[in-house]
Design a protein around this ligand. Structure first.
Ligand code: COA
Length: 540
C-alpha cells in the first residue's frame, strides 16, 4: 500500500490556531473527566466516608484486578454529565475493558460514592450497554458490586421497560448461557434487585465486613416481620458463604478478593487479547508516518470549514499507508483499505456533503469489504446527503438508501468515530448509533443533530411563516422562534450533551483513536469470524 503524502503545512498560522483551539477543547474534556473521578466539592463527604470505612475507590479497584502495565478502556466517563443536578458523575458506575491474565474482560463497577452506587436511568443504560459490548465482542463480565440497587425516586424510568433493570438480569443470565463468564465481587450492600447481580453470577466472592446481600434490608424486615437484625447477620459474607451458599468464597479484605478473582479468571478458558482466529488478515503493525498529534492542527476550529479526511487517515493508520478506492469518483467520500495495529480494515470517511456518486461509491466499497470479510471503520464528518433539484433528479433518495441499506446489512464488524459533524441521514449512512456499530467513539469537536442550528432555525421559521399561523405571526415572535431554535440545537448537538445520554461509548482524544480502534479490532480478531455475507458485488 502506498504512503499518503500529506499536504498540511504544519508551520502555518491556520494550523497553529486550530491546534491551540483544539488543545483548549482537550483541556475542557480532561477537567470534566477529572471532575467525575475526583467528585467535585459535593461528593467529598461521601468519598471520605467511603475511605474511612476502609473501602477502595472504584477505579483503584479495577486497577487492582487488571494486569500491571495494561490500559483500561473506560466507556462513557461523562455519562449523566449535566443531568440529575450534576449529582451523579459518571452515572455512578464505571464500565470498560480491562485485561486480566492477558484476557480482555468487560468491567461493570459501581461507584458507591455516587448516590450509594444506586442505579439512575443513565446508570442502567450504561450497565446494559456494557453487557451488549460483552455479547458482541465475546467477553466475560466482572461485576464489582457496591450498589443500593434501583434509584427509587426514578423507579418508573429504570424498572419496568425493556432494557431497564429487568433487562440487565435477562442479559446477564443469557450471557452466562453463551459461555461468557459472569463473575461478581460483593463490596457493599446488594439489596433487592441489586442482590440478583451476584446471585446470577457464575462465581461470587464476598468481602467480610463490607459485602452484604439481602432481598430486603433490616428496615424492611423489621416493618414486614417485626424481626430486628443486624445487617451482617441478615446478609453478610459469613452467612452467605457458610450458611446460605449464595456466595462461593469469602475474603477478609478487598485485596484478597481481587487475588481470588484473578485466580478464578485463570480458570475460565477465555481467549487472550492477542490470540487471533486467523479470519482477519494481520501483519506486524507499524506506527503512522505522520504524528497523530497533528490532527489537532488539521481539524478546523470553525466547524463550517471542512478538513480533508485523507489527512486524518494518514495519522491513524499503520505507516500512513492507504489504498484508496475509486479516488477520482464521488470524491466527497473517501474509501479505501488500510491497517490499524496490523489489522486490515476498510475505511469510509467524509469529505463534506454526500452526493449520489459518493453514496454509490461507499455502497460498492461496503460490498467489497463484505465479500472479502474486512471490518469497516466509519469516520463521520458530514452535514448529510445533498439536497436540491439536481440532486433529486439524480436520485439521491434511492442512492443514499442503497448506502444506508448496505451499512445496515453488513455482517463484518463495524466501528464508528465521530470526527466532526454527524447530521441528518448522513448519521445513518455513516453507521450512526442506530446502525449498531460495535463501538462508537466521538471526538470533543464533534456535533450530532438532525441538522445544524442555523439550518434548523431557517427551516422552522419558514414552516411557521408558510403554515396556518403564519399570517398572525409578528416579527418579534419570529425572532423569538429563531433564538429559541438556535439555542436548543446548539445545546443538543454539543458532544457533552450526546455523551451524557450515551449516544456514544465515550469522548476520546483524537490521538487515542488508533489505540481504541486497535483494541476493538483485536477483540474481533480473537474469534469472531463474521457469518458469510451475500458475496456479490454490484457495480454502482
Ligand atoms: N435509591 C435512591 N437513593 C439511594 C438508594 C436508592 N436505592 N440507595 C442509596 N441512595 C442514596 C441515599 O439517599 C444517599 O443520598 P444522598 O447522598 O443524597 O444523601 C446516598 O445514596 C448514600 O446512601 P447512604 O445510605 O447514606 O449510604 P451508605 O453507604 O450508608 O449505604 C446502601 C449504602 C446502598 C447500603 C444504603 O443506602 C441502602 O441500603 N440503600 C437502599 C437499598 C434498597 O433498599 N434498594 C432497593 C433497590 S430495588
Amino acid at each position: 500500500m502506498n504512503r499518503i503524502t500529506s499536504k498540511i503545512d504544519v508551520g502555518s498560522a491556520e494550523f497553529a490556531e486550530n491546534r491551540d483551539i483544539y488543545l483548549g477543547e482537550l483541556s475542557t474534556l480532561r477537567t470534566r473527566q477529572q471532575w467525575v473521578i475526583d467528585g467535585g466539592e459535593r461528593r467529598q463527604q461521601s468519598i471520605k466516608r467511603h475511605l474511612d470505612r476502609g473501602k477502595i475507590m472504584v477505579r483503584d479497584r479495577i486497577d487492582l484486578v487488571t494486569d500491571d502495565n495494561t490500559s483500561f478502556l473506560e466507556f462513557s466517563t461523562l455519562s449523566a454529565y449535566g443531568q440529575y443536578d450534576d449529582e451523579a458523575p459518571g452515572a455512578g458506575v464505571v464500565t470498560g475493558i480491562g485485561i486480566v491474565h492477558g484476557v480482555p474482560w468487560v468491567f461493570i463497577a459501581n461507584d458507591a460514592t455516587v448516590k450509594g452506587g444506586s442505579l439512575l436511568p443513565m446508570s442502567i443504560k450504561k450497565h446494559v450497554r456494557a453487557q451488549e459490548i460483552a455479547e458482541e465482542n465475546r467477553l466475560g463480565i466482572i461485576y464489582l458490586v457496591d450498589s443500593g440497587g434501583a434509584f427509587l425516586p426514578l423507579q418508573d424510568e429504570i424498572f419496568p421497560d425493556k432494557d431497564h433493570f429487568g433487562g440487565s438480569f435477562y442479559r446477564q443470565a443469557r450471557l452466562s448461557a453463551q459461555g461468557l463468564p459472569q463473575l461478581a465481587v460483593v463490596l457493599g450492600g446488594c439489596t433487592a434487585g441489586g442482590a440478583y447481580v451476584p446471585a446470577l453470577s457464575d462465581e461470587v466472592i464476598m468481602v467480610e465486613g463490607i459485602g452484604r446481600i439481602f432481598l430486603g434490608g433490616p428496615p424492611i424486615v423489621k416493618a414486614a416481620l417485626g424481626e430486628i437484625i443486624e445487617p451482617d447477620d441478615l446478609g453478610g459474607a459469613v452467612l452467605h458463604t457458610r450458611i446460605s451458599g449464595v456466595s462461593d468464597y469469602m475474603a477478609s479484605s478487598e485485596r484478597e478478593a481481587y487475588g481470588k478473582l484473578r485466580e478464578i479468571c485463570e480458570t475460565t478458558n477465555q481467549r487472550r487479547v492477542d490470540q487471533r482466529d486467523g479470519w482477519l488478515d494481520w501483519v506486524e503493525p507499524e506506527p503512522p508516518a505522520y504524528p497523530p498529534e497533528e490532527i489537532y492542527g488539521i481539524v478546523s476550529a470553525d466547524d463550517r470549514i471542512p478538513f480533508d479526511a485523507t489527512e486524518i487517515i494518514a495519522r491513524i493508520v499503520d505507516g500512513s499507508r492507504f489504498a484508496a478506492f475509486k479516488p477520482e469518483w464521488g470524491e466527497s467520500i473517501v474509501c479505501g483499505f488500510a491497517r490499524i495495529w496490523g489489522h486490515l480494515v476498510g475505511i469510509i470517511s467524509n469529505n463534506g456533503i454526500i452526493f449520489s456518486e459518493s453514496a454509490l461509491k461507499a455502497t460498492h466499497f461496503i460490498e467489497l469489504c463484505e465479500q472479502r470479510r474486512v471490518p469497516l471503520v466509519f469516520l463521520q464528518n458530514t452535514s448529510g446527503y445533498m439536497v436540491g433539484s439536481d440532486s433529486e433528479k439524480g436520485g439521491i433518495a434511492k442512492n443514499g438508501a442503497k448506502m444506508v441499506a448496505a451499512v445496515a446489512n453488513a455482517t463484518v464488524p463495524r466501528y464508528t468515530v465521530l470526527i466532526g459533524g454527524s447530521y441528518g441521514a448522513g448519521n445513518y449512512g455513516m453507521c450512526g448509533r442506530g446502525f449498531n456499530p460495535r463501538f462508537l467513539f466521538a471526538w470533543p469537536n464533534s456535533r450530532i443533530a438532525t441538522m445544524a442550528a442555523d439550518t434548523a432555525e431557517t427551516v422552522l421559521v419558514d414552516i411557521r411563516v408558510g403554515g396556518l399561523k403564519g399570517a398572525d405571526t409578528t416579527d418579534e415572535e419570529l425572532a423569538e422562534i429563531r433564538a429559541h431554535i438556535r439555542g436548543q440545537y446548539e445545546t443538543q448537538s454539543d458532544p457533552y450533551y450526546a455523551t451524557s445520554r450515551l449516544w456514544d461509548d465515550g469522548l476520546i482524544d483524537p490521538v487515542d483513536t488508533r489505540n481504541a480502534l486497535g483494541l476493538s479490532l483485536a477483540l474481533a480478531a480473537r474469534h469472531d469470524k463474521p457469518a458469510p455475507g451475500p458475496g456479490l458485488v454490484y457495480r454502482m
